[in-house]
Design a protein around this ligand. Sequence first.
Ligand SMILES: Nc1nc2c(c(=O)[nH]1)N[C@H]1C(S)=C(S)[C@@H](COP(=O)(O)O)O[C@H]1N2
Ligand SMILES: [Mo]
Length: 253
Amino acid sequence: MDFGSTRNRLNRADVDDQLSKPIGRRIIIGIVALGCAGIVFGESVQRVVGRAITKINPSGSGIASLFPGANTFRIYTVTGSLPSESTKAYTLKVGGLVNRPTTYSYNDLLAMPSVRLDKDFQCVTGWRVPNVHWQGVLLSHILDLSQVQPSAKAVLFKSFDGVYTESLTLDQAKRSDVIVAYEMLGDRPISSEHGGPVRLYVAPMYGYKSCKWLSEIEISDQVVPGYWENLGYDVNAWIGRSNGRSDAPVDGA
Ligand SMILES: Nc1nc2c(c(=O)[nH]1)N[C@H]1C(S)=C(S)[C@@H](COP(=O)(O)O)O[C@H]1N2
Ligand SMILES: [Mo]
């Protein structure tokens, strides 16, 4: 594997970060195997997006702006490309153990009661963006509309990248800080790099739970480990209480 290019050097930093943690051999093999085709830490994308965020995010001013990449999102995709879909073409399919399987359009989601969350985004590799503005629909609202059947225990998520998956227990999915988001970073639609038009945001858990390019929600009788969880990360991804990490929220939230 070649870690020589800028992009791969950054991948290497992620790999080093993983290797320094006692998560075990499974995950090390997974990360190294994926290193080349895996996380795109797209430096070029990152730089442009980082700059844009610095402009609109006050946390990008001052000291943070002296360290490019500090307090800004890194753009992740496991497929090696950044899928994009127009708001017009976008659909969210909700099915499985429900009485009312439904497919929602982007406008259907916008018309639902919306919630705003101002909360940190924390990746399990260590980077954090404090106090991010998120807006969307409570996942619990969508579950209610679908009329979840009594045998349901979990909620599975699929991305239109065709590869990424995640899941939550039904109890986790009903929390008031878990949303199907269509805005992030300051009253703007979610950009396609960040998983727009619609992504999941699971505030109390590490970033890998927040499935980008969300296209399908399936109510199920059991949790199914997601993409990173098959590579060794914890299925219950509570920030500060999983993956051997002890991150404390910066804003006390
Ligand atoms: N579809 C998809 N969703 C994903 C990922 C991904 O690679 N593909 N990466 C996850 C991880 S590990 C993190 S930290 C966040 C990163 O979100 P960002 O790319 O908007 O910074 O997305 C999560 N959701
Ligand atoms: Mo992450």
